[in-house]
Design a protein around this ligand. Sequence first.
Ligand SMILES: Nc1nc(=O)c2c([nH]1)NC[C@@H]1CN(c3ccc(C(=O)N[C@@H](CCC(=O)O)C(=O)O)cc3)CN21
Ligand SMILES: CC(C)C(=O)C(=O)O
Length: 277
Amino acid sequence: MPKSVRDILSMKNSKKITVITAYDYTTSQLCDKAGVDMLLVGDSAGMVMLGYDNTIPVTMDQMCMFTEAVARGRQNALVVADMPFMSYQASRSQAIENAGRLVKAGADAVKLEGGTEIRDTIHGIVEIGIPVMGHIGFQPQTTTLQEGYKVQAKTKDSALRLVESAKSLEDAGAFSIVLEMVTREASKIISESISIPTIGIGSGPDCDGQVLVVHDMLGLYEKIKPKFAKRYLELSSDIIHAVESYRNDVVSGKFPGTEHCFSMDKSELERLKKEVD
Ligand SMILES: Nc1nc(=O)c2c([nH]1)NC[C@@H]1CN(c3ccc(C(=O)N[C@@H](CCC(=O)O)C(=O)O)cc3)CN21
Ligand SMILES: CC(C)C(=O)C(=O)O
């Protein structure tokens, strides 16, 4: 049985929550085996899997395909799927319909970027029985357009606005909230102000859990290297070296070796040669 939303809620104040993104079956399986609590099918997939410059072009069809693959790979983790830009902003019914599509694709919950202004949308989705994760602080779907990548809640007023947003998302029925690039001091205050878990990315150690993009922590994605994304491996250089070795082996004739070949019986080969001659 996979983890439930109730399991995640009960971890607040007792155990730190580990979240990692995944977009495909194989990565989902590996991260699930490693024991993470939640797999986030983030719209960062548009950047790391599809090569967009930001998350804005990502579509519902793409998110459904990634979500299906991740759901097939998981055994224990809760699967949360991002609602992409403009899949929930137009109307409450649009939001509910698209949240439902992600659940049919295999998500246990959906994530939406936004604060107080989307509380009714969140309430609408939660009311029909789909768990919602909030996402405040740096919001890549909109902040990117306005001011670029920037740390949030550096001042008293901006921090206070985030505390208010967090409270209204909790009131609307969200089961957890991602805090992206929020100053560590503000994150601590937000986390202490609500009774649902906060999941931080670039928001310091006082969040109730942490999330990282899997391509960042494995050292696979080179285009941006956020300060907060600790690299546990440098897989991109390992991969380049491996493919170079393969190429050299093909060019020199070292690959494939006997152990990589399939053979005919000698007698069968003799009969073949006679007939060809
Ligand atoms: N691969 C990847 N990792 C992420 O963490 C991530 C995505 N993609 N896509 C969606 C958002 C966008 N995010 C980003 C993107 C860039 C920076 C960045 O350039 N940060 C700089 C400057 C921060 C500042 O203003 O001081 C840094 O040094 O961290 C941070 C977060 C986080 N998310
Ligand atoms: C950075 C995380 C929280 C996210 O929203 C994503 O992966 O899209």
